[in-house]
Design a protein around this ligand. Structure first.
Ligand SMILES: [Cu+2]
Length: 106
């Protein structure tokens, strides 16, 4: 195989390589549930919380340490937050305090 053919084959392989995986994570929020309950991301990535259940007053995602909260999310609404610092953040649903989650930022 000529060098040119090898270079062409390499380029073709690069062309069909899948794109880098989407950064961050998506979490489903519902009545009394956060799924998955634990997600891992890298610093600078975002987590999107997608509320799938109808609830009077909505579902609000709250950091346990009180540092941030989402607006109340109606059904099919989402909230995205970027995490710039490594560490663990525990969260819960304001309307369902027993529904807990964890975001690990590496
Ligand atoms: Cu609910």
């Amino acid at each position: 195989m000529s060098a040119r053919a090898i270079a062409f084959a390499a380029a073709a392989l690069l062309w069909v390589a899948p794109p880098a995986r989407a950064a961050g994570a998506t979490v489903t929020v519902g009545h009394n549930r956060i799924e998955p309950a634990k997600v891992s991301i890298h610093k600078g990535e975002s987590v999107t919380f997608h509320n799938v259940d109808e609830m009077p007053g909505g579902h609000t995602i709250v950091a346990d340490d009180g540092s941030w909260k989402s607006p109340p999310l109606k059904k099919d609404e989402s909230f995205t937050r970027k995490f710039d610092k490594p560490g663990t953040t525990t969260i819960h649903i304001e309307q369902h305090p027993t529904a807990k989650g964890e975001i690990d930022v590496q």
